[in-house]
Ligand binder design. Structure first.
Ligand SMILES: Nc1nc2c(ncn2[C@@H]2O[C@H](COP(=O)(O)OP(=O)(O)OP(=O)(O)O)[C@@H](O)[C@H]2O)c(=O)[nH]1
Ligand SMILES: [Zn+2]
Length: 186
């Protein structure tokens, strides 16, 4: 459980530390707001995304399923600034284990709502799908812009970082892999 009281105290100290007045009108409720916001942004920490994949349809579809352009917001664990983008999730079901499409987006959301690295976000989604659905293969591609690269530091807004995680048949078979990446791009 996110300790909202502790976040409030810390936020009050942060406001003081930057030389602002935590009692002034515009800021006095900010620690509480930030605490609520963090509880929301980090709600994935106490959640097990596998719960979304416990039920599946017994459907004999052994071809690729791709849900693309799933928007997500995550928090870079280095700077606690957002990285924002789209996830593309493809898998080939096996043994009738076809999951609900929204469940793929729910897994993305759950894994994103914690302090993250883009690479880890990508591989965690792929590994959870492999573990829970036992599919023939999974491809996850994530494209994102990192606020820590845009609004501070190196200051390069508009840069896109693309990461991928390839599992199962997509790793072994170049043709399947090429098909998945073509669908994701197209
Ligand atoms: N690989 C990877 N790096 C990330 C991610 N998010 C942020 N970073 C990088 O983490 C690095 C942290 O570098 P540090 O040198 O410790 O921190 P810093 O001095 O603030 O670095 P600058 O951002 O270059 O100013 C930076 O290069 C960030 O661009 C991510 O999801 N994956
Ligand atoms: Zn960062």
């Amino acid at each position: 459980m996110v300790d909202q009281q502790k976040i409030e105290q810390a936020m009050r100290m942060m406001i003081e530390a930057i030389g602002e007045d935590p009692e002034r009108e515009g800021l006095k409720d900010t620690p509480k707001r930030v605490a609520r916001m963090y509880a929301e942004l980090f709600s994935g920490i106490e959640e097990n995304p596998r719960k979304y994949l416990e039920v599946w349809f017994n459907e004999d579809h052994e071809e690729m399923v791709l849900v693309k352009d799933i928007p997500f917001y995550s928090m870079c664990e280095h700077h606690f600034l957002p990285f924002v983008g789209k996830a593309h999730v493809a898998y080939i079901p096996t043994k009738g284990k076809v999951t609900g499409l929204s469940k793929l987006a729910r897994v993305v959301e759950s894994v994103a709502r914690r302090p993250q690295l883009q690479e880890r976000l990508t591989s965690q989604i792929a590994d959870i799908l492999m573990e829970c659905l036992d599919p023939q293969g999974v491809v996850v591609v994530i494209e994102a812009e990192h606020m820590c690269m845009s609004m501070r530091g190196v200051k390069k807004p508009g840069t896109t970082t693309v990461t991928s995680a390839v599992r199962g048949i997509f790793r072994r078979d170049a043709k399947s892999r090429a098909e998945a990446f073509a669908l994701i791009k197209g």
